[in-house]
Design a protein around this ligand. Structure first.
Ligand SMILES: Cc1cc2nc3c(=O)[nH]c(=O)nc-3n(C[C@H](O)[C@H](O)[C@H](O)COP(=O)(O)OP(=O)(O)OC[C@H]3O[C@@H](n4cnc5c(N)ncnc54)[C@H](O)[C@@H]3O)c2cc1C
Length: 420
């Protein structure tokens, strides 16, 4: 039976994340929206608390770095999911609530405070989730405690990540990387960048590997930082890789190109990171709904949850509808994370969660601006900022359209070649 309560062991983590959102993030949210590219110094304090929580075993980390893959299920954009074994990471029978679930629960809370600041928490980058998803145990140990960004997107390739052009050529004990990467979240501030590159373009997606590149590698050149519509507290960098030499041991996972079977490796990252991004969208949705409910209450409009929507005011009915969307996105996200914790192939569920949460977040945040009228549009409230912040959550880690494509392929049993 599914128990929808937050597991007892995660409650301290969730409440600590909520405290951070309210006491640290919310008060400086507007400041760093205005001061784009300025490092939010308050985050150093937050990351020390998160590191302390993880070290003390109070939770399993409060951010992306803690999400791990329970079992290699050979995930691919477009492969039909195999039936899960139902076994846990350690091989024992039964189910577990692990680091994927704790990460989505805590990220949801910190994103109620601020999405851009959550993305900027040191050592909790999307690259950390990539390392957790693909790296060997020895590599995980080597990169432990480091902050990692993730660089997939290129000027000519976004959604079709299998078509990347950055190359990696083996030269003795090193790989030499050449190419261009754009829109790298935390690219300036992180210590490591997980770079996707192909060992052989003629072999297609199977030849794509991820490489851990140190930020101070002279071959990794920062070109610019982007100015953005939203999440301005988060830095977004563009890089050129110019004969960038990386030790062979920094190729994540298996260096062999497997031309047969499922496309594991780098793509597994998405099965872990999409539920995390879905939880960011949930946090922003929750914040928008809660603040709008307060503002409407101040004008005398309150929702009666015991009565049907059609006998209430239009604004109340709208809140009820949006709450239902939030709840369905929430449950889809918990399911996707729980499946990852339990070694079940979750590519379709991760995409479902991201599609639903991303769309809900965009729709709800804009509707909240509308419901609050001029107040919603003014800088005196954070509603206008949340409406700007929301759109990225329906874009990165795969757009709305790409998530729906993945779901369609898996539902219909088509490969990525058969349904584009
Ligand atoms: C603020 C920000 C932060 C980011 N952070 C990162 C990061 O840390 N690392 C990283 O690697 N990337 C990052 N990205 C890049 C992001 O992942 C890409 O923008 C995204 O994958 C879409 O790629 P694209 O922009 O090239 O759009 P395109 O792929 O060119 O798509 C354009 C439009 O066409 C649609 N489309 C494309 N293909 C199909 C299809 N087959 N069927 C239907 N519709 C389709 C898309 O949904 C979209 O609406 C970031 C982007 C932004 C804006």
């Amino acid at each position: 039976m599914i128990d929808l309560e937050v597991p007892k062991k995660f409650r301290p983590l969730v409440s600590q994340a909520r405290g951070m959102a309210e006491e640290v993030f919310r008060p400086v949210s507007r400041k760093y929206d205005r001061a784009e590219h300025e490092y939010p110094a308050e985050l150093d304090l937050v990351s020390a608390v998160i590191d302390g929580m993880a070290d003390g075993g109070a939770g399993q980390g409060a951010g992306a770095s803690s999400s791990t893959r329970s079992k290699d299920d050979g995930a691919e954009e477009g492969d039909v999911a195999a039936v899960g074994s139902g076994r846990t990471a350690k091989g024992e029978k039964g189910t577990r609530n692990g680091s994927n679930l704790s990460s989505v629960l805590s990220i949801l809370e910190t994103c109620r405070g601020d999405v851009g600041l959550t993305l900027s928490i040191p050592r909790q980058g999307l690259g950390n989730a990539a390392i957790a998803a693909v790296a060997s145990d020895e590599q995980k140990e080597r990169y432990a405690g480091k902050w990692a960004a993730m660089a997939i997107t290129e000027p000519d390739t976004g959604s079709d990540s299998g078509a990347i052009r950055t190359t990696a050529v083996k030269d003795g004990d090193e790989y030499v990387l050449n190419g261009e990467k754009i829109f790298v979240t935390s690219g300036e501030r992180a210590e490591l960048v997980v770079v996707w590159a192909t060992l052989d373009r003629s072999l297609g997606k199977q030849a794509i590997k991820s490489f851990v590149v140190r930020r101070d590698n002279p071959g990794l050149k920062l070109v610019r930082l982007e100015h953005k519509l939203g999440i301005r507290a988060s830095d977004t960098a563009a890089f050129i890789l110019d004969d960038c030499r990386v030790p062979a041991e920094d190729l994540l996972g298996d260096p062999e190109i497997k031309t047969e079977g499922g496309f594991g490796g780098a793509m597994q990252t998405f099965d872990n990171t999409r539920p995390l991004v879905a939880s960011m969208a949930l946090g922003l949705t929750r914040a928008s709904l809660d603040r709008t409910t307060e503002l409407l209450a101040e004008s005398g409009i309150e929702v009666d949850w015991d009565r049907p929507a059609n006998v209430q005011s239009a604004a109340a009915a709208r809140l009820i509808e949006m709450e239902a969307d939030y709840q369905s996105a929430y449950l889809l996200t918990l399911r996707a994370a729980w499946m990852a914790d339990n070694g079940k192939p979750n590519s379709m569920e991760a995409s479902m969660a991201k599609a639903k949460a991303g769309r809900t977040c965009v729709n709800v945040s804009l509707a909240c601006v509308e419901l609050a009228g001029a107040t919603g549009y003014a800088e005196t409230e954070l509603l206008e900022k949340w409406a700007r912040d929301s759109k990225i959550l329906d874009i990165f880690e795969g757009t709305q359209q790409i998530q729906l494509l993945v779901v369609a392929r898996r539902t219909l049993g088509f490969s990525s070649k058969e349904l584009k």
